[in-house]
Design a protein around this ligand. Sequence first.
Ligand code: IVH
Length: 685
Amino acid sequence: MTPEAAQQKIAELRAQVARHDELYHRQAQPEISDFDYDALKRELADLEAEFPQFATAESPTAQVGDDRAEGFETYRHRQPMQSLDNTYSEAELREFHARLGRVLERDALDYVVEPKVDGLAVSLTYEQGKLVRAVTRGNGVEGDDVTVNIRTIKSLPDKLKSGPDAPIPDVIEIRGEVFMTLAEFARINAEREEEGAPLYANPRNLAAGTLKLLDRAEVAARRLEIVLYGLGYCEPASAAGETQSGFHALVRRWGLPTVEKTWAVQGIDAVWAAVQELDGMRNDFSYATDGAVVKLDPIKLQRDAGSTSKAPRWAMAYKFAAERAETLLQGITIQVGRTGVLTPVAELTPVQLAGTTVSRATLHNRDEIARKDIRIGDHVYVEKAGEIIPVVLGVNLAKRPPECAPFAFPAACPVCATPVVQLEGEVALRCPNHECPVQVRRRVQHFACKGCLDIDGLGVAMVDTLVDQGWVRGVADLYRLQRDQLLTLGKSVEKSTDNLLAAIEASKRAELWRVIHGLGITHVGAAAAKDLAKHFGSLEAIAGAKYEDLIVGKKESVINGIGETMAQAILAHFAKPENSAVVRELRELGFDPVAPTASAPTGTRFVGKTFVLTGTLPTMTRDEAGAKIEAEGGKVSGSVSKKTSYVLAGEEAGSKLDKAQALGVTVIDEAEFLRLLAVDEPAVE
Ligand code: IVH
């Protein structure tokens, strides 16, 4: 290649890599697989090595990417957070070992092999054993302060445990990975599917997107996890031990979550054996593992080996290539969800992929099909993203039959033929017909399902029948069903008809949260429904709620667990006349759900006192604090007024704290609260 051509190619590759960096790190929406991204970067690095006159410190090959986002304070790491060199080749892994042997002038080298967790890197700072800050990698030098969101992780202690073998350092930066378990990812996607919302591609993107949400309640509802595996800064340095394997043991003793399994081995053959063993067992882990990280064990040797501007020379990631397969796209079907969203689904010639047979894959939406130019009759590449959901990566153009035409996305609902619409700010196309039989079916199925009203005898097939007969056009119609009508469905159905009618009748007195969940409000799952039921006490109160009943001041939740996103969804739901009509109709039909009764107080310390909770408390959630207040006869309110007895404020307290100070309301912290709880009754004047 001529230098001119190389320069041109380098510029093109840099632009491509920069674009994919932006998509991956900042938007958490990658368009290409890790493998293809690594290949692009490798091609760029090889060209820069061949033509060093064009290498610069600004090239993406010399940098670690940048995840910083709007809305967060940035914080400078005490010690920079580096990236890792990676490879997909055994030979290169062996070369890594040979190079270290030469540099360190040793034959025998001790290593630790760890799972490479597919999440996003964070650095936690503990001062005197207390968690004070959590920061993303950012650009390696400074990252986003995500402490508030990290504190929603239940398995992460706020305080390190100390012990004879695990003294607490004065200051320590511990590095790790935030991730989402495959089970939690599946749970969220199942909810999205029910809502007709587009599915998340893989747990890594969902974890990254979640960590960067500004709505803490929303973050808490999506359960993130963390493992810690690396040392940043430590004071005194001796407190972190002398080896990586020893550091793992310390992390465990301090009570922090760490990786499932590590291997302390000597020599590259043993490293390779450990990598193979990990590959064999990683499908049983609760999280996605996309490779193995091989690290020199003695910290002194790590220091001797040093690092480049971007990555340490003493560590290397060996990545497992995601399995992909090529198959024929036989057709594209369009699914209509509960809220009318049209989702295109690829119907594939069945093909084996990572242990399962794949015959369908989501194509997400119209724009995705157009962007990848996917056509019926094409041979497409499929890959399991994060080892779970199959996705169509792209097309093998060499095999495209000449008669293949671009896919014409339907302009009308495939079920009811209503012209589709695109709402502002959405990529999805929707069928706007609230009466569309599929939407009706899905709404009623959801209402009757186990997690909602749990109506016996009203399964998917029965709902289909009722809708097909034209008897049910909405959930309220269930309460208008007539015995005679149902008996026409067949012979010997008397008993089941009577049972069904009895179950429907009984559901009128279901617990309120089940009804709220059953209404299918976007984002409102069972947990949020319980919070809403407890706070509002009736369907009418929720349906009539205004923005300020849900959110006050600087976007602070009135109800713990109900943040801005959910609040907007609730308001939007009941703003639609057909949805508020359902609440009215249900009541007219004798619907009378049971509101939760607060459990009877067991103490009297807070009788007559009203508390407002704000910010993050060090050792308990606001719900837990609220339960303690109610158990002592006190009340918890969402907004501060002159009548408020105490504002219990934690870290990152917002406008409620300002208001309390302005009104002269007593502000207490958790320690003071615990003292009030501990003093002899009656303690609070
Ligand atoms: S060590 C200086 N160990 O992989 C060493 N990283 O591709 C830096 N990762 O930025 C990282 N599991 O986000 C290390 N066991 C592990 C890891 C791990 C996942 C991530 C981390 C890093 C990225 C590099």
